[in-house]
Design a protein around this ligand. Structure first.
Ligand SMILES: [Zn+2]
Length: 360
């Protein structure tokens, strides 16, 4: 759920955005932890870490700029200036500079990432994904109070705060779990769902941890509305890394997350085209941590199905606050993978002459 779903109708959206941006930077400052979670050293300032490596943003950038998913969601802060560092979307402030420079260096290397991934590389990606979630929740925790004060929109802010606290505990555990695998070179823990080096440059870059509510056939995986403390959410990780002439598409999970075993069989028995279409759909349905080339800006802004999908949460319409007796959005037809353009398909690839041309 987005924090801003609850802003009442009729509010001046531009004013809200200005306020929200200001609140965001305040919340970011407050949310910084006293110690680096990876090395435990006390920190006075934290590194502004990029979630998706720069090596994957530069190839799709237009004059040093890429678009962030927040653009598709209607925020002002959707343009990322890679050189100026204007935008903070998709960055996190949770670890120290030293860890940021050292911990991820195996996977943040174009020569390594085109090789079949080792457990260490998968662990580094997973740690990054969970750090981003952790940081986002910490920011939201601070934001809840500010938003409540400004708009008074939550019926039960304490309850919401409690749920987010629970999430944070879980994310922390995930960070430490995967860090341990990377640090101690533990092998055999991960299951790759899909890994492919495509011989062309796709126009999107992302990496994200997802709690999947349904598999490819619509069977229930995670009970995402079960807030019982004993229910641990299980994560799958997806990554799309465009490089200069090729792109890496990756999906995996850790074997302790047994819910995904069936999905593995479904993916194994699907064509590559279908799997790419499915991963493309998961990106738009489940993650905000995605960057786009300007090449597809118009398509993203104007495509009605993408708009519809971006308003969905887990296959349910996000607007309208479903009541308990209409929990499943009866009558609502969820967007399917084949309804939106598959940007991982070669037909959307960035050709060299396009990416050096600058503006269209
Ligand atoms: Zn550190």
């Amino acid at each position: 759920m987005s924090l801003f779903d609850n802003i009442p109708e009729g509010t001046d959206i531009i004013e809200v955005r200005k306020k929200v941006n200001k609140m965001l930077s305040e919340a970011r400052k407050k949310a910084k932890p006293p110690k680096c979670i990876l090395c435990g050293k006390e920190q006075s300032s934290f590194c502004n870490s990029h979630s998706v490596p720069q090596m994957c943003l530069r190839p799709i950038a237009d004059r040093g700029k890429v678009l962030h998913a927040s653009l598709a969601m209607g925020f002002d802060i959707g343009v990322v200036d890679l050189d100026g560092g204007v935008n903070k979307s998709g960055t996190f402030n949770y670890i120290c500079r030293e860890c940021d420079a050292k911990f991820f260096q195996d996977y943040e290397n174009p020569d390594n990432i085109i090789q079949p991934p080792t457990d260490k590389i998968l662990a580094e990606i997973a740690v990054k994904n969970m750090l981003l979630q952790l940081n986002k929740r910490a920011n939201e925790q601070e934001l809840i109070q500010v938003v409540q004060r400004e708009f008074g929109t939550y019926e039960n802010p304490d309850e919401l705060s409690k749920i987010k606290n629970l999430d944070q505990k879980e994310y922390k555990e995930e960070v430490l779990f995967h860090q341990d695998i990377a640090k101690n070179n533990k092998a055999g823990g991960y299951q790759i769902l899909f890994w492919k080096v495509l011989p062309y440059k796709v126009p999107i870059a992302t990496q994200s941890a997802i709690v999947l509510p349904y598999d490819m056939e619509g069977n229930i995986l995670n009970e995402i509305y079960n807030f019982d403390e004993s229910v641990r959410m299980q994560y799958m990780h997806i990554a799309v890394f465009p490089l200069e002439d090729e792109s890496v598409v990756l999906a995996f999970y850790h074997k302790r997350d047994k819910l995904y075993r069936q999905l593995r069989h479904q993916i194994n028995s699907s064509s590559q085209e279908k799997v790419l279409q499915y991963i493309n759909y998961l990106i738009f349905e489940h993650t905000e941590n995605v960057y786009f080339s300007k090449k597809i800006e118009e398509e993203i802004k104007n495509n009605k199905m993408i708009e519809k999908l971006s308003q969905e949460a887990n296959g349910l319409p996000r607007f309208g606050h479903l009541s308990a007796d209409n929990m499943f959005g009866i009558g609502y037809k969820a967007v399917k993978p084949e309804d939106i353009p598959n940007f991982l398909d070669e037909s959307w690839a960035i050709k060299e002459e396009e990416s050096t041309d600058g503006e269209e």
